[in-house]
Design a protein around this ligand. Structure first.
Ligand code: MF3
Ligand code: CO
Ligand code: CO
Length: 272
């Protein structure tokens, strides 16, 4: 197995799938309120993906080796949950932080993206964790260009997160994506510059750092999916699907309702 290079019509397929995934998050945003259950968000997302977008929610019944089939259409990870939280009937409460992770399949192509939501008014600490994680993802994205290496992305994310007083989850990573949900390569969110695979135009992968307010260690819950911080500290994650272009990167999972991109993204000199 090796890293697939996408071109031509593949890219149109990936651009459409990416935009649709982001539009699901746009659609859910006004519904993320105290009192709403994650099961209700899952149903809204399922019906929108299948009914309006004519697409397929990739998580539903997804069963990688060693896993039981995932039972819902989106992942919802609250507070100390790091990733793969399963929507349930517990109402969101004021101050919760919530990651919603959406992956759609459209015409055989996958688009994968997630955002953080602060329910009602969050604490300053919770909002800072979400903001730093957002900036960490974008700093990683900005490293993407032909000739750069995967280790450059991981190093940038790790350095920024740790300098901010946080830790980076090691056990889960970004991934190649296309006609399969998870392809090569693995995109670690830590590492050393100049190491690992060299980026080439046409590669498509996700960057999806999971950043903990406390220690980096994780624990898997008995449901076989939900991953939490071992020390029960808060955790945040953002995710984009990114194409390596001839000159840099193209983020495929943007849409009309996407939150503002950090200022340093369009003024790269300020990022140093
Ligand atoms: N969307 C997740 C990712 O970013 C994977 C979720 S797998 C699921 O890779 F089965 F839990 F949906
Ligand atoms: Co992903
Ligand atoms: Co995802």
């Amino acid at each position: 197995m090796s890293i697939t290079i996408k071109s031509g019509a593949d890219l149109d397929g990936m651009r459409l799938a990416g935009r649709l995934a982001s539009e699901v998050l746009d659609y859910l945003t006004p519904h993320v309120l105290p009192g709403v259950t994650t099961e209700a968000l899952d149903k809204l997302a399922h019906d929108y993906i299948t009914g309006v977008q004519g697409a397929v929610p990739a998580p539903l019944n997804y069963a990688p080796p060693g896993y039981t089939p995932y039972p819902k259409s989106i992942c919802t990870s609250i507070n100390h949950q790091i990733c793969h939280g399963i929507p349930n009937d517990r109402p969101l409460k004021n101050g919760d932080i919530l990651n919603i992770d959406v992956t759609v399949i459209k015409n055989g192509w996958h688009g994968d993206t997630s955002r953080m939501f602060v329910v009602g008014e969050g604490s300053i600490q919770a909002r800072r964790l979400c903001q730093i994680t957002y900036e960490a993802m974008w700093r990683g994205i900005m490293k993407v260009k032909p000739g750069a290496r995967l280790g450059d992305i991981g190093h940038t994310i790790q350095t920024f997160a740790e300098k901010s007083g946080y830790s980076v989850v090691r056990e889960f990573c970004g991934h190649g994506i296309g006609q399969k949900f998870h392809e090569e390569p693995q995109v670690l969110h830590y590492g050393r510059p100049g190491t690992l695979e060299e980026l080439k135009p046409g590669m498509i992968f996700t960057i999806e750092p999971m950043i903990n307010a406390g220690r980096r260690e994780i624990k898997e819950m008995p449901d076989g999916w939900t991953i939490v911080t071992k020390d029960r500290s808060l955790s945040a994650q953002w995710e984009h699907t990114v194409l390596v272009t001839d000159t840099g990167y193209e983020v495929l999972t943007l849409s009309a309702g996407y939150p503002p991109v950090p200022e340093f993204v369009n003024a790269p000199a300020a990022a140093a």
